[in-house]
Design a protein around this ligand. Structure first.
Ligand SMILES: C[S@@+](CC[C@H](N)C(=O)[O-])C[C@H]1O[C@@H](n2cnc3c(N)ncnc32)[C@H](O)[C@@H]1O
Length: 295
C-alpha cells in the first residue's frame, strides 16, 4: 500500500472550501473529524500536523465528505457525540444529544453536592444513555437504570456503559410508558426499590412542528425521540401520573421541557401528587428544567 506524508491542512483545504460554499460554518472542524474517522483515530487531527495516509484512507475521507455535503451531520457520520465530559456512541435509534440537555446534569449536581452518596437513578427515555451515564461518572457510588422503548438504543447504552467502565452500575429496561402498568412492571424489575432521582428528557416537539425543523434533524433524529404528539405534551401526560409510584418520598424528579411548556407541565405534575421545587434556565435563558418533589 502506498502512503503519502502530508500536512492535514493541505489535504483538507479543498474539502473545507466545498463545505464553506454550501454554508457549513464548522467546515474546518468537520473535515478534521471526518479525516480522523477515515484514519480510524479516536483523537482529533490538527491543521498543522503531518500525517501518513494511504490512498484508500483518502478515498474514504472523500466519501465521508460527500455524505456531509448532502447534509448528514458529522455526529451521524462518525456515530459519536461529546456530551458533558465524555464521548458517546450513537446509532440510528438514538437522539443526537443536545448541549441544552447538559442543564439537567448541572441542575442535579447543584442539588446533590455530596458526590460519594448512593443515588438510585432512573434515566427515563435514555437514548444514547448520555444523561444517566454522565451522572454515574459524577456519582461513583450510584446506580442507574436506563428505560427506553427502543431496544436498539439500549444496545448503544450498553456499549457506552462498557466503554466508560460503568456497566456494573447500569441496568437496561425495555418498556413503553404508553402501555398501562409500565410503572408496576418497572418497580417489579427493581424488586420494589424506588428511585432517589428520576431524570428525563422525553420527546416534546409538537408533531406539526417536526416538519419545520432543520432537514438534518428531521432526517437523522428518530421520530419517536422527537414526537410529543399534537401539543408536544403526550410523554408528560403518560409519565407524570405514574411517578409517585416509583419515586422515594424524599426523591427528586428532573424533567427537560421545550420552550414555553412550563405552565402545562407544572399543571399535570401538581394534579398527580408532585410539587414544583425549582425551574432552571438553559444558556439561552429558556426555562429548560423543572424539578419536582413529592407533595
Ligand atoms: C428526546 S429523546 C432523549 C434521549 C436522551 N435521554 C438524550 O437526552 O439525548 C427521548 C427518548 O425517549 C424514548 N421514548 C419515546 N417514546 C417512548 C415511550 N413511549 N416509552 C419509552 N421510551 C420512549 C425515545 O426512544 C428516546 O430515546
Amino acid at each position: 500500500m502506498t502512503y503519502k506524508y502530508i500536512d492535514v491542512y493541505t489535504l483538507i483545504e479543498p474539502e473545507v472550501l466545498k463545505l464553506r460554499n454550501i454554508g457549513v460554518e464548522t467546515a474546518n472542524l468537520d473535515c478534521r473529524l471526518l479525516l480522523s474517522k477515515s484514519l480510524r483515530r479516536r483523537e482529533s487531527v490538527y491543521n498543522h500536523q503531518n500525517i501518513f495516509i494511504s490512498q484508500s484512507e483518502i478515498a474514504k475521507f472523500r466519501s465521508l465528505i460527500q455524505q456531509r455535503l448532502k447534509g448528514k451531520p458529522v455526529s451521524r457520520i462518525i456515530n459519536r457525540r461529546n456530551f458533558w465530559k465524555k464521548e458517546f456512541e450513537l446509532n440510528e435509534e438514538t437522539l443526537d444529544p443536545r448541549s441544552d440537555s447538559e442543564t439537567l446534569i448541572e441542575t442535579i449536581i447543584e442539588q446533590y453536592k455530596e458526590k460519594l452518596q448512593f443515588l438510585k437513578i432512573l434515566d427515563l427515555g435514555s437514548g444514547s444513555g448520555c444523561l444517566g451515564l454522565s451522572l454515574l461518572e459524577e456519582y461513583p457510588q450510584s446506580e442507574a437504570s436506563f428505560f427506553d422503548i427502543s431496544q436498539k438504543s439500549l444496545e448503544i447504552v450498553k456499549k457506552n456503559a462498557l466503554n466508560l467502565g460503568l456497566s456494573e452500575r447500569s441496568k437496561y429496561i425495555n418498556l413503553n410508558w404508553k402501555v398501562d402498568g409500565w410503572d408496576k412492571k418497572l418497580i417489579t424489575i427493581e424488586k420494589n426499590i424506588k428511585y432517589d432521582v428520576i431524570i428525563s428528557n422525553p420527546p416534546y416537539i409538537p408533531t406539526d412542528i417536526i416538519k419545520t425543523l432543520k432537514k438534518e434533524v428531521q432526517k437523522h433524529d428518530p421520530f419517536v425521540a422527537l414526537n410529543g404528539g399534537k401539543d408536544g405534551l403526550d410523554a408528560y401526560k403518560s409519565i407524570l401520573p405514574k411517578l409517585l409510584n416509583i419515586i422515594k418520598s424524599d426523591g427528586k424528579i428532573f424533567l427537560e421541557i421545550g420552550k414555553g411548556q412550563e405552565n402545562c407541565v407544572i399543571k399535570i405534575a401538581t394534579e398527580h401528587g408532585l410539587s414544583l421545587k425549582e425551574l432552571k434556565k438553559d444558556l439561552s435563558g429558556v426555562t429548560r428544567v423543572l424539578i419536582f418533589i413529592v407533595k
